[in-house]
Design a protein around this ligand. Structure first.
Ligand code: CP
Length: 320
């Protein structure tokens, strides 16, 4: 298997062959997760700590389920009840947990770069569960697995990523991943929610939904991230839905078999029409959630294999 990474900090650091390795392994975990007995011992005896400094439903619960299905001992640190509330820094918190010899540390933090900084201070494998506006690598990987299973390939697709691009780590990780896999990427959104210099990523930029969606294979909607906005980025939610919210009328400009994606949580009636989000003939939103568990199992399994190999070399006195 080709997977060289020591940590999973971002898609930026993954090569296309590593992405394919991870998705192939995740496919096997999809099968396992559909069985009645869903256990393996890939992480038996290992300790996984989840540290979420920002709210999460999907990512935190799927990392917990993934670790348990792989046989790890999983601990969810409750940030709200921790000494972070007494002023302990992120690094001191990480060093404290590191002293308890975890093998895998899953971290979500509101600051871009915080997870990479933390990875330099600990002895275990670190997985980025979302850092500020920077990256959300497992989200892009689960999106890729969903697309690959639905479309039969992950190349030469036209993917429209729509909405609040400026505040979205999901958009950035997807741009990187889909670009590495040689897809045509279109970013659609109001100029106020489009970061400057985004064309450097080799994508097309649109501020008109119908033009941007024309002929798309995949339509990926993004949440309007109100918590990261410090000013008036949109005139009103009603106006935003009229121009950029996905409904059946706008979707008709994409290919007839285009799939509709959303990372969740959704603002129904703001970036996506609720009926369309629930339409099992077009929407793969629940499938994305299912793929999330399998992708996180694959990521932790591969990182654990590398960690065990590294420790084996160290024990044998080989320089690494
Ligand atoms: N997509 C995503 O990261 O969702 P949560 O915030 O619920 O984890």
């Amino acid at each position: 298997m080709t997977f060289r990474a020591r940590h999973l900090l971002g898609i930026e650091h993954l090569a296309p062959d590593e992405i394919v390795t991870l998705l192939d392994l995740a496919d096997t975990y999809v099968d396992l997760n559909r069985r009645t007995i869903k256990r393996t011992d890939a992480l038996a005896g290992m300790t996984q700590i989840n540290m979420f400094f920002e709210a999460s439903t999907r990512t935190q619960s799927s990392f917990e389920i993934a670790g348990k299905r792989l046989g790890a001992d999983v601990m969810n640190m409750s940030v709200a009840q921790s000494s972070v509330k007494k002023g302990e820094t992120l690094i001191d918190t990480a060093l404290t947990l590191n002293a308890m010899h975890p093998d895998l540390l899953v971290v979500r933090h509101q600051n871009s770069g915080a997870v990479a900084l933390l990875a330099q201070k600990v002895n275990c494998a670190v997985l980025n569960a979302g850092d500020g506006k920077h990256e959300h690598p497992t989200q892009a990987l689960l999106d890729a697995l969903t697309i690959r299973r639905r479309k039969g390939r992950l190349q030469r697709l036209t993917v429209a990523i729509c909405g609040d691009i400026a505040h979205s780590r999901v958009a950035r990780s997807n741009l990187l991943l889909l670009g590495k896999m040689e897809n045509r990427i279109r970013l659609i959104g109001p100029p106020t929610l489009m970061p400057s210099g985004v064309a450097e990523f080799g994508c097309e930029v649109y501020d008109d939904m119908k033009a941007g969606l024309a002929g798309a294979d995949v339509v990926m909607m993004l949440r309007l991230q109100k918590e990261r906005m410090d000013g008036g980025f949109i005139p009103s939610e009603r106006e935003y839905f009229y121009r950029y919210g996905l409904d059946a009328e706008k979707l008709a400009y994409a290919k007839d078999d285009a799939i509709v994606m959303h990372p969740g949580p959704m603002n129904r009636g703001v970036e996506i029409d609720g009926t369309l989000a629930d339409d099992i003939n077009r929407s793969v939103i629940q499938e994305q959630v299912e793929m999330g568990v399998a992708v996180r199992m694959a990521a932790m399994d591969l990182l654990a294999r590398n960690l065990k190999a590294e420790r084996g070399r160290q024990a044998a006195g080989v320089m690494v």
